[in-house]
Write a protein that binds this ligand. Structure first.
Ligand code: UD1
Length: 421
């Protein structure tokens, strides 16, 4: 297993380029199942999760080729309707083949994804939405077994205990585009990745309105065709680089990012004393003063503060003076990084779904363990500012979601390397 070693204390300077969004690429690749025709998807990040999705498509009989950041899918036909446990268990987002398989094949067997380290991950909203479109669904031997004679448009309220669901919205939207008649998804997720998926489906011939708002209206069509699409930039990767500049007191230009997708983060950073500005299509980040101010954060569905940035933001507030409170409203147990940050000298206490951070500490390098994707990013940020050497193990989590992270950070001055354990 690889590990990452960082010698901290270097303010990052220069330009860093953002890759395509993992969370847009995964459902968009699943959506190619809706046609037998050829689809070309560009700006696809080379990541382990993308590799898993391509393996799933191949396991269904689909022709797939990835060259650099370009994926060509098809022309081909689905040969079997089962997404097996072996693949689905390695990545929750595999569940987004359920909607397209059901729409195209009228039947699907997709392994239940199960929970993961960031807490319970139920699929009730996916099932509720697809049932509303007429599907019969049961759970059998660990699989979601779905079938339907004909999907029919319907009004679907997709709200759960924690608000909207990104992948349930994606799944239901991908099924509804080929249902007979009109569907209305209420309390739909508004994330930019859902807009990107809708835009791809529209290029394939789907009739969708309202993407990016809580009410999505879909008029079903009989058939979808091939399409060419370029994936939007990864806002979570961009946000992580923004925080890398802030935490090291550096000066970074972040290229190919969309600043309008980062408003909640930028608002908090501005309060903290970091300047984040759009600069002819790029984002320029610089600390305004040497001492940052504490901030309180609550994670919420988009456009609220993203849960996928909570761990990285926590790394930042460990070094800002004063007390910050970070509250999780999406995944209340998503705090595995707390104990590792504390090993580096942070002072963080958990109180229910809130982390209370006594900031202003000088972190010191230590051996730490990555528990999940965004926790790994938080540990890298902490390592970049810590005194001395930080060794992060279990970094296979990182490879699920950050394309060429060390290469990108080395270019802006970080002393970071990957070694075999
Ligand atoms: C997506 C993202 C993930 C991000 C998350 C929240 C992808 C591939 N992954 O995951 O990076 O952290 O959104 O922004 O896009 N819920 C239910 N029932 C369901 C589904 C979800 O109660 O059927 C709950 C979840 O437990 C959670 C909340 O809804 O509390 C939001 O989760 P959801 O938006 O579904 O997350 P994902 O789409 O799986």
């Amino acid at each position: 297993m690889d590990k990452i070693i960082i010698e901290g204390g270097v303010p990052l300077k220069g330009a860093i380029e953002v890759s395509g969004a993992k969370n847009a690429a995964l459902p968009i690749l699943a959506a190619t199942l809706l046609t037998n025709e050829k689809c070309i998807i560009k700006n696809v990040p080379v990541l382990r999760d993308v590799g898993t999705m391509l393996k799933i498509l191949r396991s269904l009989g689909i022709k797939v080729q990835m060259t650099g950041n370009r994926v060509v899918v098809g022309p081909s036909q689905i040969k079997q309707n089962v997404a097996a446990y072996k693949l689905v268990s390695t990545m929750r987002a595999s569940i987004c083949v359920l909607g397209p398989l059901l729409a195209k094949q009228r039947q699907a067997r997709v392994s239940m994804p199960g929970g993961c380290i960031i807490g319970q991950r139920p699929v009730d909203l996916h099932i509720k939405g697809l049932r509303a479109l007429g599907a019969q669904i049961k759970i059998e031997h660990g699989y979601i077994v779905a079938k339907v004679k004909e999907l029919r448009g319907s009004n679907i309220f997709l709200g759960g205990a924690y608000g909207s669901s990104v992948l349930a919205t994606a799944n239901v939207m991908m099924a509804a585009v080929m249902a007979k008649g009109r569907s209305l998804i209420e309390n739909a997720a508004c994330e930019p990745e859902i807009i990107d998926l809708a835009n791809f489906l529209i290029k394939m011939g789907a009739k969708i309105q309202g993407q990016g708002t809580p009410i999505i209206e879909i008029e079903g069509v009989k058939k979808l065709g091939g399409a060419t699409h370029s994936i939007i930039p990864d806002r979570i990767e961009a946000g992580t680089h923004v925080l890398a500049a802030a935490i090291t007191g550096g000066d970074l230009v972040i290229k190919k990012a969309k600043i309008e997708h980062l408003s909640a983060l930028i608002d908090k950073l501005t309060q903290a004393g970091v300047s984040v500005k759009a600069n002819s299509g790029d984002i320029h980040v610089k600390r305004r003063s040497s001492n940052l101010k504490p901030v309180d954060i609550t994670t919420l569905p988009y456009p609220g503060f993203p849960t996928d940035m909570q761990a990285q933001m926590m790394a930042l507030v460990t070094v800002t003076d004063g007390i910050s409170v970070l509250t999780e409203k999406i995944f209340p147990d998503r705090f595995m990084h707390v104990s590792e940050l504390n090993r580096m000298g942070a002072e963080i206490f958990l109180e229910g779904a809130s982390a209370i951070v006594k900031g202003g500490k000088r972190l010191s390098g230590a051996p730490v363990m990555a528990s999940d994707l965004r926790a790994s990013a938080a540990l890298i940020l902490a390592g970049l500012v810590a005194k001395g050497k930080t060794e992060i193990s279990r970094i296979y989590h990182l490879d699920r979601g950050y394309e060429q992270i060390e290469e990108k950070l080395i270019k802006v001055g970080a002393r970071i390397k990957r070694v075999k354990e």
